[in-house]
Design a protein around this ligand. Structure first.
Ligand code: DC
Length: 228
């Protein structure tokens, strides 16, 4: 079964997706990390972030994998061609490079194919921007998670403090979130938007535990109704 969680940056998707996966015993796929890994590779190799053909070659040729602890459904590490990029993909430089890289049609084509292959291998909670609309349009559960710009920026700063990587300047983080939402929502290929049949949840001012419980309830109801 696929539980798709889409929404803008900082809406709480990662926290929610991990907790829902743990609670349901599903694996968890962070598709944003895959676009970040390609962006990291482009920066490393000096590939211009607006060169669709070169980016496509990079995306098709690289191997993105996730490191799990024994028996843990939620991955702890991200590797690209064997290099551990878990922290390197969270820097402010990659925050900037990932918008144009993820807008490249050839990159999206390569990533969507990988994501569909991974998702077909078991029960997954998949978080991203186009999961319910494009990657898994037949997902049993589709959630579109949002929150106010200010709350999202506060959460992202706290997350960056916890991770010890990325900007912790509120104004900078807020400006970057707004810029990325704009870029993600207006790009030609698979823009960020809610699927028509997605359940819209606004996490502003709500306990994250409530949101997690609500999504687990949707998944269990879907299973009871026969979804696989
Ligand atoms: O979720 P995130 O902030 O780590 O995502 C990084 C970037 O990747 C974000 O700017 C949008 C893009 N992205 C995308 O275009 N499609 C996805 N399914 C997931 C992320």
């Amino acid at each position: 079964m696929i539980v798709a969680i889409d929404g803008p940056s900082g809406a709480g998707k990662s926290t929610v997706a991990k907790a829902v996966a743990k609670s349901l015993g599903f694996s968890c796929l962070d598709t944003g990390a895959m676009y970040r890994a390609v962006a990291w590779l482009a920066v490393e190799r000096g590939v211009p972030v607006d060169d669709d053909a070169a980016l496509g070659e990079l995306a098709r040729g690289c191997r993105i994998s996730f490191g799990h602890e024994e028996g843990e459904p939620v991955p702890k590490e991200v590797f690209v061609d064997g290099a551990d990029v878990t922290r390197a993909i969270r820097t402010a430089a990659i925050d900037k490079a990932v918008s144009p890289v993820s807008a490249a049609p050839s990159v999206r084509e390569a990533m969507v194919a990988q994501q569909q292959r991974i998702g077909a291998s078991g029960d997954y909670v998949v978080e991203g921007r186009d999961i319910g609309t494009c990657v898994f349009p037949d997902a049993a559960v589709k959630v579109f998670l949002t929150a106010s710009d200010e709350e999202r920026a506060h959460r992202r700063v706290r997350q960056n403090v916890d991770r010890g990587v990325g900007s912790i300047d509120y104004a900078e983080v807020l400006a970057d979130l707004v810029r990325r939402d704009q870029a993600d929502s207006t790009r030609a290929t698979s823009p960020l938007r809610a699927a028509e049949d997605a359940v819209r949840l606004d996490s502003t001012g709500r306990y994250i535990e409530d949101i997690i419980a609500e999504i687990c309830g949707l998944a269990l109801a879907a299973r009871d109704a026969g979804a696989r």
